[in-house]
Design a protein around this ligand. Structure first.
Ligand code: ATP
Ligand code: MG
Length: 455
């Protein structure tokens, strides 16, 4: 039926030869039937965890999931999660089953799974096991709960977000009863841990149809991202814009690559607009200062969702800078590269391009300007230039040896030398810099100098 990686076949065979049932389950079966390469292969088996360990004695085993019946086996460098058929016990907190019970029945194991398309199994011996019509739903592009949707979303509210996530990534519609139940039970999403919510949202935002899902299910997402609600329908009353704030943001999101930090920045970049809105005497809307407001709210949201510090900082900074013009000169671009690095610069340009393309058609004319800026950046990076203090031909010790006291003054002097190198007024050469250090006193760099002053 499919070309499976050798270690997967090996694992299935070894369990079967030892007399156990063994099959692939969940996401990988779904993806294989769609003709997409699975992210990972999950195996299910009638063998109890210790029996699985015996079958794979001599291989490298990881036991971290043992409590839930999962043994991870490393075969030829591939990590395979092998889980004993199980039934989840009662859910008292809408988060996690209180206990799990092992079962000899594959069908019982499939019944605990969230959606019909995720509740199929396949093995070389038995072929496809599909007790809930997953294959038909997959072909029709429909996401449907296994069993009673109200019950299933009440057991585990995260499934509400998983439904939206799969709808976005697979471009599936949500079956009517499943949709009604998830709308009604959406407030229960408040019971789910921030980490689980954030991780699902990242996957949702990177989905092919994230935009459609955000617009169709704003109310549900609003339980975990209430900040989206004032954006919806907010008329910008500005000639640059033909969409309300939420639609503009969603179009921006669809215009950037599916990288979580970038998608978050695109979705949230104009968050501050409703609060920054003013109307002039001609009846035109303005949003002075909105990037700062958006950045402050973005930072709060990502703290609340317990995003990693690195992601929080990157996204907040992208939001803060999304509207700041960059002058198309080598000097300006070199400064932005120096301050933020090449990776961030490239993300920022992707955001700016998408933001501009999501404006009114007659104002989507910034792309050539961005081409020029990016061409400059490419040239600068090819030169392997000195862009940071680390790459400067002198360091703190050199300056201290000249008699400049260690401390803030020495730091400012180094920065002034770097600025000179970035601007092209100084060569990054030891003798030149040592000479300059003696004349440079305390030039200090002011914030945001690398960006154009006005629009
Ligand atoms: P991905 O391609 O993102 O890995 P996946 O379907 O494999 O998608 P996982 O989160 O890896 O999703 O979960 C593996 C399988 O476990 C799912 O296909 C589903 O059968 C089951 N599952 C996961 N989370 C839940 C849940 N909250 N409730 C019920 N079943 C779940
Ligand atoms: Mg998976």
């Amino acid at each position: 039926m499919y070309e499976l990686p050798a270690p997967v076949n090996m694992a299935l065979e070894r369990l079967q030869r030892a007399g156990y049932e063994a099959c692939l389950v969940g996401g990988c079966v779904r993806d294989l039937l769609r003709g997409k390469p699975p992210q990972d292969y999950d195996l299910s088996t009638s063998a109890l965890p210790e029996q699985t360990e015996t079958v794979f004695a001599g291989e490298r085993l990881v036991e971290t999931g043992l409590r839930h019946g999962t043994v991870t086996v490393l075969l030829e460098g591939m990590a395979l999660e092998i889980t004993t058929f199980r039934v989840d016990g009662a859910y008292s907190d809408a988060r996690r089953p209180d206990a799990v019970r092992f079962t000899p029945s594959l069908t019982e194991d499939l019944a605990r799974r969230d959606f019909t398309v995720n509740a199929m199994a396949w093995s070389p011996a038995a072929g496809l096991t599909d007790p809930f019509g997953g294959r038909a739903d997959l072909e029709a592009g429909v996401l449907r709960c296994v069993g009673d949707p109200t019950l299933r979303f009440t057991e585990d509210a995260l499934r509400i977000l998983r439904a939206l996530r799969f709808s976005a990534t697979l471009d599936f519609s949500i079956e009517t009863e499943t949709g009604k139940a998830l709308r009604a039970l959406a407030p229960r999403l408040k019971l789910v841990s921030a980490e689980r919510v954030y991780s699902e949202l990242c996957k949702l935002l990177c989905g092919l149809r994230a935009g459609r899902v955000i617009l169709d299910w704003t109310e549900v997402l609003g339980v975990v991202l209430p900040e989206l609600l004032p954006m919806r329908g907010f008329d910008q009353r500005n000639r640059h814009h033909c969409y309300d704030v939420l639609t503009h943001s969603v179009k921006t999101l669809e215009g950037v690559p599916p990288v979580p930090d970038l998608r978050w920045a695109a979705l949230l970049h104009d968050l501050g607009k409703p609060a920054a809105f003013t109307l002039d005497e001609k009846g035109e809307g303005h949003f002075k200062g909105h990037p700062e407001l958006s950045a402050a709210q973005t930072e709060q949201i990502l703290r609340r969702l317990r995003a990693s510090r690195a992601s929080r900082e990157t996204v907040t900074e992208l939001v803060r800078l999304h509207d700041r013009p960059i002058e198309p000169t080598a000097r300006a671009v070199r400064r932005v590269l120096s301050r933020y690095g090449a990776e961030f610069f490239s993300r920022l340009m992707q955001l700016k391009r998408a933001d501009n393309l999501a404006q009114a058609p007659e104002y989507r004319d910034r792309q050539q300007l961005y081409d020029r800026i990016e061409a400059l950046a490419r040239d600068i990076l090819l030169e392997k230039p000195c862009l940071s203090l680390r790459e400067l031909a002198v360091d703190g010790n050199d300056l201290a040896a000249l008699g400049i006291p260690r401390g803030p003054k020495l730091g400012r002097t180094l920065q002034a030398l770097l600025d000179g190198v970035l601007d092209g007024t100084l060569e990054n050469e030891r003798e030149t810099l040592l000479r300059a250090a003696q004349t440079v006193s305390t030039m200090s760099q002011d914030d945001g100098k690398e960006f154009h002053e006005s629009k």
